[in-house]
Every structure is written in C-alpha cells, then in structure tokens.
Ligand binder design. Structure first.
Ligand code: UTP
Length: 289
C-alpha cells in the first residue's frame, strides 16, 4: 500500500553563526518576517501540505520555539479583556495548528545528527523534513509539491532550486535525468563544487521527504572529523547502491532566512505583501530608492 506522509521533522538546534550577534541569545528561527517568526511560516507550510504532527529537534537556547507553539492563556485573556478578539483568536490558533513534539540534540553535530535524534518518534514510516530557515512563497506549498512527487514514486525526494553557476560553490548540487518538466531522477550529488566541476546549477534546498532507508544509511555514515554528520552523505551512499532518489524543482520564491541578505529580502517582500502595511511600506521604499 502507498505510504502517506503524516509527520514533519523541523531541526532547529543549530547555532545560527551566520546571524551573530543577533542569534547569541535567541533562536534564528524566531526572527520575525514582519509579524510572524520564520518558524511559524514553516509549521504553516507543513499544515497546509496536510501534515498534523510536527517534531522539533531543539537544543540549548531554543525554549522560545516551544513557548511560541504552546497555549498562552494569560495573553489570550489579556487580549480578550481589552476587546482585541481577532488578535486573541490569532494567538490561540498557533498552539492548535498541529500536535507538537520536541526532542533535544545535545550538541549541534550537523543536520544528519539532528534528524537521527527524531528517528524514534518517526518510527518506520516516511517523513517530511523542513530546515528551520528556508521559506518558500508559492500558491501550492513547496512541501506539498514534494509530497505529490513522493506519492507517485514512494522514494526519497528533495527540493531543488536553480542558482547562478558562479555561486554553485556554496551549495550541494545534483546531476540527473529529467523525467518530467520539474522532476529529476538524481544520479549524483556534489558538495560545493567549482563551477566547472558542477554537474548542473540545481542546488538542494532544505526541504525533503525521507524514507526509513535514508535513516538506516545515515546511521552508518561516519561523523566528518568527528564533528558533523551530513545528510547528503547518506543520499550519495544510497545512490551508489543503486537506490532511487528524486529531486523536484519547485514553483515559488525561496528565501534563505538563515542568511542576512536572504532574511532582508524576505522582510521587504513579505512587507510589500502585507495587507495592512503594503501601501505605506511601498511609498517609503519609493522615497528611499
Ligand atoms: P544550517 O545549515 O543553517 O546551520 O542549519 P546553523 O548552524 O543553524 O546556521 P549557520 O550556518 O551556523 O549560520 C539548517 C537547519 O538545521 C538546524 C538549524 O537550526 C537550521 O534550522 N540544525 C543545524 C540543527 O538542528 N542541528 C545542527 O547541528 C545543525
């Protein structure tokens, strides 16, 4: 029987060094894009894709994320008393978006290690993964687009985005065969290649569908220099064993909110889309540019 995706893992235990000092004492996943923290956009992406169970992999200094998705009785009561019913409703909705579970990663030993901490909560079923900092703005949620591919092939899938050839060195880049207008059967993954060695300019974005086989393989991958476990290493090993993996070039605009420039672009674009702010914000931007 075809497997369904019911759960998402969101690893949020990284140190966020690209955003220091802002992330010294607060999680980068809680930085606001206008009036919502980055992490809420991701949970909404999962929920809008049909997922109701969210597993966060957290670490030290990430308590604000747990509090954000918890019930906030006092705040709701305060807002109701002042007649701010819409805001109270909006706040109440956050804690009932999904069922939330939390596991800790003792040390930030890479995304691969973070995912292994969640394996017992996932069990023997396929699962979605969303990195805590990659937002995609699209009419169909990016994760839903990946789930559609998974439902067809029942094999691991990851999100792909075209980047300028001169920037491929910053990404994991794939080579493969196009099997439909946006879907590829992946044949190789090259980490941070020089432009002339890159198999394409299709880079891997932090959104995946993983099968139990990926976790099995991940458990066999050694930590690089004893410090970091790479998820892409597990994919490369599976490809060498002849397993199938698919990449999907999603529709939508991606914002890397873990990066200062990506974050600024997200704030400006979402500000220009915000129903209450867009008119005044647009006027302001036209005055300064
Ligand atoms: P990043 O690759 O952006 O790493 O992680 P990072 O450490 O957070 O940030 P920089 O590169 O130092 O600025 C992608 C996602 O995986 C989580 C992060 O919290 C982020 O949501 N992550 C990363 C973990 O949960 N554990 C880790 O060991 C590393």
């Amino acid at each position: 029987m075809a497997a369904k995706i019911k759960k998402v893992i969101i690893p949020v235990a990284g140190f966020g060094t690209r955003f220091l000092p802002a992330t010294k004492a607060q999680p980068k996943e809680m930085l606001p894009i206008v009036d919502k923290p980055v992490i809420q956009y991701l949970v909404e992406e999962a929920v809008d894709s049909g997922i109701r169970e969210v597993i966060f992999v957290t670490g030290r200094g990430k308590r604000a994320i747990e509090d954000h998705f918890d019930h906030a009785g006092e705040l709701e009561f305060f807002l109701e008393k002042r007649g701010k019913h819409d805001l109270a409703r909006e706040i109440r909705k956050i804690s009932s978006l999904a069922h939330f579970a939390f596991v800790r990663q003792k040390e930030p030993l890479g995304v691969g290690d973070a995912l292994l901490q969640a394996r017992r909560l996932v069990g023997d079923e396929p699962v979605a993964v969303l990195f805590g900092d990659d937002i995609v703005y699209s009419s169909t949620p990016c994760l839903r687009q990946l789930i559609d591919v998974f439902e067809k092939y029942q094999e691991p899938v990851f999100a792909l985005e075209r980047v300028p050839m001169k920037s491929v060195q910053k990404y994991g880049v794939v080579g493969g065969k196009k099997i439909s207008p946006r879907t590829y059967e992946v044949s190789e993954i090259v980490e941070k290649p020089l432009p002339k060695q890159a198999p394409s300019n299709l880079s891997i974005v932090g959104k995946y569908i993983l099968t139990p086989q990926v976790f099995d393989e991940l458990e066999r991958v050694p930590y690089r220099k004893g410090k970091e476990l790479f998820l892409t290493e597990a994919f490369s090993r599976l490809l060498k064993k002849g397993e199938k993996i698919y990449g999907h070039e999603f529709f939508g605009i991606r914002y890397d909110c873990g990066d200062k420039l990506g974050f600024l672009k997200a704030v400006v674009d979402f500000g220009l889309r915000h129903s209450e702010l867009k008119k005044d914000f647009k006027r302001h931007l036209s005055q300064i540019s």
